[in-house]
Design a protein around this ligand. Structure first.
Ligand code: FE2
Length: 212
């Protein structure tokens, strides 16, 4: 009984911590709550479909929310720059997975979430960063976050551009399957995206002030 109470306290503390990180991202205007909440919903659904155990699903859900936390360490002039980044600026921007990992790894219960954060810009073919990991060397949670984050970014409206139609975003996932993306994750996502899209949007609007 005592262990169960402690587990519940830890789980509640973790959720508060992740909500706090999420609010920090919002203060820096790096993420809309809706984007993060959608990613958490997609992460759970893709993970379940791939047969990932419950405890690991929660790591993916948390990583879906906080994976870009390291952007807090990137200067605003680079984050908000209109136009292409110089080589030096790009190098600084590409540090954000390591910055995020550096913060999250301080919390032992977030060790898996920190690893997903560290590797969420790796490419399946080994051409990503920071570790140039390839294939199954990349944590599965990171391979999932890469796919769902890319899809959600493509279909989302931005101040400077309109989001792509869903069909075009799906086509681009297929186009980069095996190079940027894990083909198994793309296949799984494409298998559920049409049927789950309404449920994801409904869940997000029902929980617009709540992540977990
Ligand atoms: Fe990122």
């Amino acid at each position: 009984m005592h262990v169960k109470v402690l587990e519940e306290e830890l789980s509640s503390t973790l959720n508060s911590l992740v909500c706090g990180f999420h609010q920090l991202l919002d203060l820096k205007d790096l993420n809309t709550g809706v984007h993060s909440t959608r990613l958490a919903e997609w992460g759970m659904r893709v993970g379940q479909e791939l047969g990932i155990p419950e405890e690991s699903l929660h790591d993916i859900e948390m990583a879906a929310v906080v994976h870009d936390i390291g952007k807090i360490g990137v200067p605003d002039a680079i984050l908000n720059k209109n136009g292409p980044l110089t080589e030096d600026e790009r190098a600084l921007m590409n540090k954000h997975p390591e910055y995020g990992w550096g913060v999250l790894r301080l919390f032992p219960a977030l060790s898996q979430t920190s690893l997903i954060t560290l590797h969420h810009h790796e490419s399946f073919d080994g051409n990503g960063y920071p570790g140039k990991l390839r294939g199954s060397e990349i944590p599965l949670g990171a391979r999932i976050v890469t796919v769902i984050d890319s899809f959600d970014a493509m279909v989302s409206n931005r101040p400077y551009r309109k989001g792509l139609p869903t069909e075009e975003a799906k086509r681009r996932l297929v186009q980069s399957s095996g190079t940027q993306f894990d083909p198994a994750v793309v296949k799984c996502f494409l298998g559920i995206v049409d049927s789950e899209l309404p449920a994801v949007f409904a869940a997000v609007s029902a929980n617009s002030n709540l992540i977990f």
